[in-house]
Design a binder for this molecule. Structure first.
Ligand code: UT7
Length: 318
């Protein structure tokens, strides 16, 4: 059976680090509140003039190098982002060109914090249908550009970053075993920007009903994992690593508890990256595969939830 197998990962974080203490002069907050209520200690912020495409290209280059393939053997680039460089063209086409990929297609996907799970679902469908053999999936974001830096309930939560994964069609047991995505547009008002291209002709700034999003996250993410494990016919105890979207340490713990998964099996990078939206899961996968925790053959469940609402889960045999 053909599956989408992970050949390599890469990541890039902007050089500038912003600590919790750096917010104390900006908004009415403090280090202790941020750590206790979110688990976040610091985040990376893109430099002036450093764009989502710049982050994506660096992550893509590293993933292609680790996969040890020629860039031009990639026949599809999918970039998950809510913060594209420009309204058009898609940021994916710029990234495709800068990576030296000349064939196939490239496009962006906007599913906010579920972007990576959505992109994996599309990539997997292209591979299973025989339309692509090698796909570069990237999550890249510069949320610092759409934050309201006067709103203490949101500006402390997000960071910039990018991560990438190369998938290849291969026969065997490894690879993407399940990819489920969902959305429910009745909740658009819970997490959104206050403007956009067609409505205000600006990008808008982000706002969020944090408590309600929290409640949706700790119910829908575990349900998405259960749906996936039931579909592949394995018990929850077969999961080696839970790698959820990294929004808040309390959400990660809540998801793991509902699934009866011990904290030692949860990959958490939220303390150092904060919420990087579509980049958060691939960043966590990259960190944990590089430091040796994630090994070939491990079963990994990656649930996400984001604006839309959108949610879903990718399950991969690494
Ligand atoms: O995955 C998609 C994205 N989702 C998310 O990133 C996050 C989902 N939500 C959350 O992570 C949490 O709901 C928050 C971190 C946003 C908020 O945590 P909470 O425990 O739900 O706090 P709260 O909203 O109930 O606020 C408690 C208090 C409030 O003060 P009062 O009304 O009790 O006087 C807030 O105004 O904490 C206050 N507060 C702050 N205080 C210091 C809110 N933000 C801050 C802050 N610093 N940055």
């Amino acid at each position: 059976m053909i599956r989408s197998v992970v050949l390599g990962t890469g990541a890039y974080l902007p050089a500038r680090i912003m600590t919790n203490a750096d917010f104390e002069g900006l908004v009415d907050t403090n280090q202790q509140w941020i750590v206790e209520r979110t688990g976040i200690e610091r985040r990376h912020i893109a430099a002036d003039g450093e764009l989502t495409s710049d982050l994506a290209v660096k992550a893509g280059q590293e993933a292609i190098a680790e996969a040890d393939i020629a860039p031009d053997s990639i026949d599809l680039v999918i970039l998950a982002t809510t913060t594209p460089d420009d309204t058009m063209p898609s940021t994916a086409t710029k990234v495709q060109h800068r990576l030296g990929i000349t064939k196939g297609a490239a496009f962006d996907i906007n599913a906010a914090c579920s972007g990576f799970v959505y992109a994996m679902s599309v990539a997997n469908s292209f591979i299973l249908s025989g339309q692509a053999k090698r796909v570069l999936v990237i999550g890249a974001e510069t949320y610092s550009r759409i934050l309201d830096w006067t709103d203490r309930t949101t500006c402390i939560l997000f960071g910039d970053g990018a991560a990438a994964i190369v998938l290849e069609a291969q026969e065997g047991d490894r690879g993407v075993l399940f990819s489920g995505i969902h959305s429910d547009g009745q909740y658009t008002g819970l997490l959104a920007t206050n403007g956009g291209i067609s409505s205000t002709m600006t990008a808008g700034k982000m706002f969020m009903a944090g408590k309600e999003i929290f409640r949706h996250a700790v119910s829908k993410m575990p349900a998405a994992v259960e749906e996936g494990m039931a579909a592949i016919g394995l018990p929850l105890s077969a999961i080696d690593w839970l790698v959820p979207h990294q929004a808040n340490m309390r959400i990660l713990r809540g998801v793991a508890q509902k699934l009866h998964i011990g904290e030692e099996k949860v990959i958490a990078t939220v303390a150092h990256h904060a919420n990087t939206s579509a980049a958060s899961i691939p960043l966590a996968l990259h960190v944990a595969s590089r430091d040796g925790r994630i090994k070939a053959g491990h079963l990994i469940a990656c649930p996400a939830l984001g604006a839309g609402l959108t949610w879903g889960c990718t399950i991969v045999r690494w």
